[in-house]
Design a protein around this ligand. Structure first.
Ligand SMILES: NC(=O)c1ccc[n+]([C@@H]2O[C@H](COP(=O)([O-])OP(=O)(O)OC[C@H]3O[C@@H](n4cnc5c(N)ncnc54)[C@H](O)[C@@H]3O)[C@@H](O)[C@H]2O)c1
Length: 369
C-alpha cells in the first residue's frame, strides 16, 4: 500500500503522523511511504531521517495525499478537503462531533475515516487518547509549578519546599490517566498530594502504586471544598466519557483560595471542571480570576511535539500496520476495537454520537461490510 504523511498545517501544530522508526516498519512490511518535505521539522525529524528510513520525500501536500492511506495527527482543515476522494483511508484524530463541515466533506467524498479517538482496547479504554493524557497530566504539574513562581503571578512558593519550610499542596480532581500522571510528577517534586475520585477501585489502585505518598479522598462537595481551599495547585482531570466535564470547583471556592494559587484545568477540552475555566492557547496560556492563576490550554501536548509525536506514533503504528496490510474491511471484521475507530465509511456515518451531534442517519458499520 502507498502511505502518505503530509505536513500538519493547523496553526501551532508541530507533531507529525509518523516518525522515521515507523516508516522503517512500513517499508519492511512492503509498503511505500510518501513523506511531505518538512513534515517532521516541528518534531525534530529532518527529511533525511525519513529518507534513510526508506521514505520517498515528496515536494507538496498533494503528493502525500495521493496515497492509499494518509496518516496525520489533527483533523484536516478546510483547505485539505479537496484531497478527499472515494476509498481514501484517513487515519488521524478526527473529533467529528465538533466539526460538522469536516463530517459532511468526508461523507460526500466517501472517505474511510478512521479516528484515533474512538479506537478502543479490550478493557474499554481509549489507547490512542491515553498517550496525550499521560503528557498533559505530567505537564499540568510542571506548568503549575512554574506558575506558582512570583514572576508568573504565583504566590512564590517552591512545590517541594526545602528543609524547614512547608511543602506545596497539590489537589488533583480525577485520578484517571491525567490524574495519575500529575500525581507522579507532584510526588516526584516533593509536594503534598491529594487525589479525589468517585471510583473506589481507582483510589485503591492509586494507593497501591503510590502508597503513603498520596492521600485519596472520595470526590464530594465537602472534600473538594476543603482540599481546594488549602491548595497551592489544583489540577482538573475528570472525564465523563462522551459528556461535558461537571463543574466541581465553583467561582466562590476559587475566591476562597489564597491569592497567587494556581489551577490547571486539563479537562478544559471537555468544558473544564472548574467554573472559572475558559480555553487558552500556548501563546497566552494563563489568566487570573480573583487572584488565582488559571492555566487552561486545550492542546497541552502541542508544547512538547517531539515527545508527543513519539508517544502518539508508538501507539498508532500497530493499527496503521494492520490497516495497511489488511485494508479497512478485513480489519473491521477481525478487530472490534479497530472497527470502533471507523467514523465514516462509504458515505455513511458509522458512529452514533457523531450522527446524533449533526442530525445525520447512523448506520452500523457491520451493515455496510
Ligand atoms: N488539555 C489537554 O491538552 C488535554 C490532553 C489530554 C487529555 N485531556 C482531557 O483530560 C481529561 C481527563 O482525561 P483522562 O484520560 O485522565 O480520563 P480518564 O477517564 O482516564 O480519567 C477520568 C477520571 O475522572 C474520574 N471522575 C469522573 N467524575 C468525577 C468526579 N465527579 N469527581 C472526581 N473524579 C471524577 C473518573 O473516575 C476517572 O478516574 C479529559 O477531559 C481529556 O479529554 C486534555
Amino acid at each position: 500500500m502507498r502511505i502518505g504523511v503530509p505536513k500538519e498545517i493547523k496553526v501551532q501544530e508541530y507533531r507529525v503522523g509518523a516518525q522515521p522508526a515507523g516508516v522503517r516498519e512500513f517499508v519492511r512490511a512492503g509498503h511505500e511511504v510518501l513523506v511531505e518535505t518538512g513534515a517532521g521539522g516541528g518534531s525534530g525529524f529532518r527529511d533525511d531521517d525519513f529518507a534513510q528510513a526508506g521514505a520517498t520525500i515528496v515536494g507538496d501536500a498533494a503528493d502525500a495525499w495521493s496515497a492509499d492511506m494518509v496518516i496525520k495527527v489533527k483533523e484536516p482543515i478546510a483547505s485539505e478537503y479537496s484531497y478527499f476522494r472515494k476509498d481514501l483511508i484517513l487515519y488521524t484524530y478526527l473529533h467529528l462531533a465538533a466539526v460538522p463541515e469536516l463530517t459532511k466533506a468526508l461523507l460526500e467524498s466517501q472517505v474511510k475515516g478512521v479516528a484515533y479517538e474512538t479506537i478502543t482496547d479490550g478493557s474499554g479504554g481509549l489507547p490512542l487518547l491515553r498517550p496525550m493524557s499521560e503528557i498533559a497530566g505530567r505537564m499540568s504539574v510542571q506548568v503549575g509549578a512554574a506558575s506558582l513562581q512570583k514572576e508568573h503571578g504565583g504566590k512564590g512558593i517552591l512545590l517541594g519546599g526545602v528543609p524547614g519550610t512547608r511543602r506545596g499542596r497539590v489537589t488533583i480532581i480525577g485520578g484517571g490517566v491525567v490524574g495519575t500522571a500529575a500525581a507522579r510528577i507532584a510526588i516526584g517534586m516533593g509536594a503534598h498530594v491529594t487525589v479525589l475520585d468517585l471510583s473506589a477501585d481507582r483510589m485503591t489502585y492509586l494507593e497501591d502504586i503510590f502508597g503513603n505518598l498520596i492521600e485519596t479522598l472520595h470526590s464530594n462537595p465537602e472534600n473538594i471544598e476543603e482540599s481546594v481551599r488549602r491548595s497551592d495547585l489544583v489540577v482538573g482531570g475528570v472525564l465523563i466519557p462522551g459528556g461535558a466535564a461537571p463543574k466541581l470547583v465553583s467561582r466562590k471556592l476559587i475566591s476562597e483560595m489564597e491569592p497567587g494559587s494556581v489551577v490547571a484545568d486539563v479537562a478544559v477540552d471537555q468544558g473544564g471542571c472548574i467554573e472559572t475555566c475558559r480555553p487558552t492557547t500556548h501563546d497566552d496560556p494563563t489568566y487570573e480570576v480573583d487572584g488565582v492563576v488559571h492555566y487552561c490550554v486545550a492542546n497541552m501536548p502541542g508544547a512538547v511535539p517531539r515527545t508527543s509525536t513519539y508517544a502518539l506514533t508508538n501507539a498508532t503504528l500497530r493499527y496503521a500496520l494492520d490497516l495497511a496490510r489488511e485494508g479497512v474491511e478485513v480489519c473491521a471484521r477481525q478487530n472490534t476495537n479497530l472497527a470502533n475507530g471507523i467514523n465514516t465509511y462509504a458515505g455513511a456515518c458509522t458512529v452514533a454520537g457523531v450522527a446524533e451531534a449533526h442530525g445525520l442517519d447512523f448506520t452500523p458499520l457491520d451493515r455496510l461490510l
